[in-house]
Write a protein of this length. Structure first.
Length: 451
């Protein structure tokens, strides 16, 4: 064999190996978009005129936190940004990485810049799992621009990311993909002959499409994984059309008697919520049973009851929140069908409890006030004064310790001066909130007197 023939054989072997390796990758990974234009379903974050798209076009990156549910495209967006701006890309998992790994990344970033004038994007998946010291390790290097940090989290960054790091990053919200976006994603996977199933000879029935969309719950990864498993099952059976039954068999999940792409899902949960609010235990049980028999996620229902307990009952019956949480935990412990009764018990309790939305409205009013007035200074008399310097500056000066006064109450303002006599929470006279109202009225008469 000549050297030329040997090279051709080697090249052919490499090509076939590469093709085999590509085919062995999961469909969700193969279908991952490479450009912002290919990305489906996050136009509010990466569409025309958005911060991210403008930054990529201008090649002027900024550190950011991508906040959104699983399968919404956080990792994909980070990789696209790195690819379209020719940056050195490093992927860290906060579950596995430590401070030493961060230091290694910083050193590699410094080397990339010194040797190749190449910027580094550090993508940290599940950044909320980093502790304070690990997050602190980023601060200086984000500030100096040594790295562009892109953190991904499913948790509210306001609570899980330290304020110093959060202030140096732009928070970008991502959302679960709409049913239409999932359908487009599946259609692309079915037609793509290079990365998808376009050469498989398979077709996707409308029933199978709707069922996969319903099961995915807005998660692109779940949808593509479901399609891939169902496609394999169909091929193994020697058929060419992927049916709803194929999806059910492959995923061992029964199709809902209603699906999330239509109105039924939202109408049933709305009927359940409004029946609870309307204090009708019979209707509440009926709609609960309808959803459970249709295959709805029991934890979705439980979460709605937990929210309802605060939004529509609040302090009219403070026990309602504990009842809802206990029911969710009991279901987690028992599962179906035994745990179904725990959800039913909670639903009846919530329906029969006195109702008040005053916590909901009070919190909303507080949020509106903050947006309107900004970050007002904490009054000096209620500031913390752990050091002598702080005491000398007047921190905690004039604070009156309520336990030293009759009834444990004293005329003293706890709001910023500009909001001194503001009132957000106005309890009703229903249930336990009536007692709260009487107590609060008496207290406010004392605390809002001029000192």
């Amino acid at each position: 064999m000549s050297s030329e023939e040997s090279n051709e054989t080697r090249d052919l072997f490499k090509h076939q190996s590469k093709k085999a390796a590509e085919a062995s990758r999961p469909l969700a990974d193969r279908m991952r978009p490479k450009t912002l234009d290919e990305l489906i379903g996050q136009d509010q974050a990466v569409g025309n005129g958005t911060l991210i798209r403008n930054a990529v076009i201008a090649d002027h990156l900024f550190s950011m936190i991508l906040w959104g549910p699983p399968g919404s495209g956080k990792t994909t967006i980070a990789r696209i940004i790195a690819g379209q701006t020719k940056c050195y890309f490093v992927h860290l998992s906060a579950v596995l990485a430590g401070v030493k790994d961060i230091r290694d990344v910083i050193e590699a970033a410094r080397e990339q810049w010194q040797l190749y004038q190449k910027r580094t994007i550090l993508f940290v998946d599940e950044i909320h799992r980093f502790n304070k010291s690990q997050q602190d390790a980023f601060l200086h290097h984000v500030e100096t621009g040594m790295i562009t940090l892109i953190g991904a989290t499913t948790e509210n960054p306001s609570f899980e990311v330290i304020s110093a790091l959060l202030s140096r990053c732009q928070t970008i919200s991502l959302y679960s993909l709409s049913d239409e976006a999932i359908q487009k994603l599946l259609a692309r996977a079915m037609s793509d002959r290079k990365k998808g199933l376009g050469d498989s000879g398979l077709t996707l029935s409308n029933g199978a499409l709707k069922h996969i969309v319903s099961l995915s719950d807005g998660d692109a990864r779940v949808a593509l994984n479901a399609l891939e498993i169902a496609a394999f099952a169909t091929q193994s059976a020697g058929r060419t059309e992927i049916t709803r039954e194929d999806v059910e068999t492959a995923l061992q999940r029964k199709a809902f008697t209603y699906d999330k792409s239509g109105e039924a899902h939202y109408n049933l949960i709305s009927a359940f919520h409004k029946s609870l609010r309307g204090s009708d235990p019979d209707a509440s049980l009926y709609w609960l049973a309808r959803m459970m028999s249709a295959g709805e996620d029991p934890f979705y229902i439980a979460r709605r009851m937990v929210r309802f307990a605060s939004e529509d009952i609040g302090n009219a019956d403070p026990r309602a929140l504990s009842i809802a949480l206990d029911a969710m935990e009991a279901y987690r412990f028992l599962g179906s069908p035994e745990g179904d009764l725990c959800l039913a018990q909670a639903a009846v309790y919530l329906a029969c409890a006195p109702k008040s939305n005053r916590i909901y409205t009070a919190y909303g009013q507080a949020q509106k006030t903050i947006k309107k007035t900004g970050s007002l200074a904490v009054p000096y008399h209620i500031r913390n004064a752990p050091t002598r310097l702080m005491k000398e500056k007047g921190y905690s000066d004039g604070y009156k310790y309520p336990h030293d006064y009759p009834g444990g109450i004293i005329a003293q303002s706890y709001l910023p001066d500009k909001l001194r006599h503001s009132s957000f929470y106005k309890p009703t006279e229903r249930g336990y909130e009536k007692i709260i109202k009487e107590r609060l009225d008496a207290w406010r008469a004392i605390t809002q007197k001029k000192e």
